[in-house]
Design a protein around this ligand. Structure first.
Ligand code: PLP
Length: 391
């Protein structure tokens, strides 16, 4: 029996990417005391009132088929949120619910791309992008994010990567895994670039609420560029709700009409009780979430302080998000070689920069969701190993 060529391709993707983390998990199972700085997941649980809302909703019988585009009261909440943010009236016909921004991106790629099209993606990038894009049969053109600009996108690099077949730019701002935030004037330049070359602009805003140093502007909020922009976002990271799979897409009525046709073909609606909880989450404040985000910023400074003074390692200070990239190029090792030795010799699990793209070679990625103690111990051992190697 034969499978599609697509699934064969997807099976081959990223198999090596998490190998080091899996090795660390295996060693921890065997009794090793591993300091885990590899995976980024909020350590706190979803705030209780959000959980209670979902439970009450289940008990109230919100368990039937939902409306494909999304439940009306949630669409109102989303429309209101993006109206306030953009300062323009955003209608409920401009938003639609998805099980996470990951699924929203999958459906958007199916909506905008097909075989023969090209999509530009700055790298390093969120590791799941590749499979999502491949599933649309489009070609992926990488745009370098350079360590010497602390991984901030440069419009000249976009121009260099442009091809006649380019149809979409996938912008992830704030950026995972580097934590860079584009200044509003750069976002305008990027949106102007898309307008000049008639590109769709998908704006992945999963980390909009994780900025601790910098100002956020979405291209959707620039009225001249709203019609070519599709926003994806979710409550996963902002509300410690990664496993709930609650996200959405925002765009022009025409774009959302096409997108809903794809989402209805994929899913036939999403769970009403989850949408009730999402609406509740988006309309209430939760102190613990503010602390969680402030903690990421504080821990990024802990990393910087722990590496300060070393001539061999340094970090790119993130302005947002839950990761920090550590530059080890002075050791002469690749990120993979260093991360592998760090695990074997110092019991610290990190992710090699190469897992996220060639521009992050010679770096490792640390997660700021770890405890302060893990971060301090992990960084101390990183400096030790780097200095042993550099001699
Ligand atoms: C940049 C980025 N986009 C999208 C996602 C997907 O998040 P979700 O599907 O949980 O909204 C993630 C998750 O880590 C991410 O880092």
């Amino acid at each position: 029996m034969k499978f599609s060529t697509l699934t064969e391709q997807l099976l081959g993707l990223g198999t090596g990417r998490w190998a080091l983390h899996h090795r660390a998990v295996q060693r921890a199972r065997e009794g090793a005391e591993i300091v885990f700085l590899s995976i980024g997941e909020p350590r706190i649980y979803t705030p209780k009132p959000i959980v209670d809302t979902a439970v009450e909703s289940l008990r109230a019988g919100r368990t039937r088929y939902a409306i494909g585009r999304g439940e009306p009261h949630l669409l109102e909440v989303l429309a209101d949120r993006y109206s306030k943010r953009s300062g323009r009236a955003v209608g409920t016909d401009q938003v639609t619910f998805f099980p996470g921004s990951h699924t929203a991106l999958y459906a958007l790629c199916q909506t905008l791309l097909e075989a023969g099209d090209h999509i530009m993606v700055p790298e390093p990038f969120y590791a799941a992008y590749e499979g999502i894009i491949r599933a649309s049969r489009a070609e992926l053109d990488l745009v370098q994010l350079r360590p010497d600009t602390h991984f901030h996108l440069q419009v000249e690099d976009l121009e260099a990567a442009l091809r006649p077949e380019s149809k979409v730019l996938l912008l992830n701002n704030p950026h995972n895994p580097t934590g860079s935030v584009l200044a509003p004037e750069v976002v305008r330049e990027v949106a102007d670039f898309c307008a000049r070359h008639d590109l769709w602009l998908i704006s992945d805003e999963a980390y909009e609420h994780h900025i601790y140093d910098g100002e956020f502007l979405s291209p959707f909020d620039i009225s001249d560029h709203a019609a070519r922009t599709a926003v994806i976002a979710s409550v996963s990271k902002s509300h410690a709700m990664t496993g709930w799979r609650c996200g959405w897409a925002v765009g022009s009525p025409e774009l959302i009409k096409h997108l809903v046709a794809v989402s209805e073909a994929m899913m036939f609606g999403a769970q009403p009780f989850l949408q009730d909880a999402t609406a509740f989450a988006l309309t209430h404040e939760f102190e613990e979430l503010d602390h969680m985000i402030a903690d990421y910023g504080r821990r990024s400074r802990l990393v910087a302080a722990a590496l300060d003074g070393s001539e061999v390692v340094s970090c790119h200070m993130p302005e947002a998000g839950i990761f920090v990239m550590v530059d080890l190029r002075a050791t002469g090792l690749t990120g993979e070689e260093f991360a592998s030795r760090l695990l074997e010799e110092k019991d610290v699990a990190t992710m090699p920069g190469e897992s996220f793209g060639p521009s992050a070679a010679g770096h490792i990625r640390l997660s700021l969701t770890a405890t302060d103690q893990s971060i301090e111990t992990g960084c101390r051992r990183i400096v030790e190993l780097a200095e042993e190697i550099a001699g």
